[in-house]
Design a protein around this ligand. Sequence first.
Ligand SMILES: C[S@@+](CC[C@H](N)C(=O)[O-])C[C@H]1O[C@@H](n2cnc3c(N)ncnc32)[C@H](O)[C@@H]1O
Length: 381
Amino acid sequence: MTTTTASPVAPEDPKAATAEPTTATAVTSEPETAAEAEGQVATTSPPPASAGILPASHWQQRAEEENESDNDSAYADSIASSTASLSASILEYRTLHGRTYHSDRGGGQSWNPNDAQHDEAMDILHHMSTLMQDGKLYLAELGDNVEKVLDVGCGTGIWAIDFADQHAESEVIGLDISPQQPQWIPVNLKFEVDDITQEWTYPANTFDYIHMRWMVGSVANWTALYKEIFRALKSGGTFEHKESSCVIQSDDGTVGPDSAIAQWGKVFLQAGKKFGRTFAVIEEDLQIKAMEAAGFVDVQVTNFKVPVGGWALDKKNKTIGKYAQLAIQRDVEGFVNFMWSSVMGWSKEEIAVYAAHLRRELKSGKCNAWYPMKVVIGRKP
Ligand SMILES: C[S@@+](CC[C@H](N)C(=O)[O-])C[C@H]1O[C@@H](n2cnc3c(N)ncnc32)[C@H](O)[C@@H]1O
């Protein structure tokens, strides 16, 4: 197995970092085991899922305290007004807190809203991810003749559209449980609707390349899914799977354990456990474990540190960080709404107040925050 650590990130203000700079230059090595591979990188050591979670009511109390101690705070004003307008809201649709979600009769359920606001946040993340990969849509080395390609859980379809545009020779399918994709698409692309956690209907040995990205929290049995992917690939075909961690952290203490930024990961990890669809895909090395269990060979692992905010020294990571921050800020409520309310029992008002705290921390420029992202590539023998 080959492991690469990419994207060095150094803080803009060296004095702000009390610890050593976050990581060094890209490293490539060949560890024998998944555990060894994990040891190669300065990613994250996951806390127990329930450790250190602040109650939902904490954020309103903190807002009130800060309101008393800081009457000039625009932030406190923004929280107060948003809470008031939420309480007065009479617009409660069946959709959760005014956001729409796919949910079908077969029990398929996505925690991601499928509305325009969330689509926008996901498309910003797509741009961030492409910048991270130096403009590349994928890291696999694909030959010249990639006939059939599948994008699993394609979301807005942006990756599949870009891939189809770049590969006129390929026939591309974007697959999602939610029919939220656009209609004006390249002629060599089509979108299909299905539940990827059910038995697949594609015949064995169909695809040359299968791509999957950001399905964390949507899958109960990763090995079963990887086995379906393995079966659907042609012999010699390639599977590439990218996930991001929900654990947003810092190397220099600027993201404290009680910060809204740190609570994001803690609550998601706990919610995933309760939901039965883990968010700890990176922390538990599930990509590599499932690759090996399904029978993939030549497994390659690339680890990224995604900066959140424009704090990095170098231009590339500064830009990436700004997009990563923008994506969260664009739709904090959409990211957390389903998991934190339906699964963890937070009210709409509690989520709104938390979101205001998070946005303020992100905008403060004081947090040298980052999260791990991991791409794992395997080949069907
Ligand atoms: C976080 S979005 C990622 C979208 C896309 N992969 C990207 O990179 O932009 C997760 C997507 O998975 C889809 N999804 C969730 N559960 C699914 C399932 N059981 N079968 C098919 N798609 C599913 C959701 O509808 C959503 O579009």
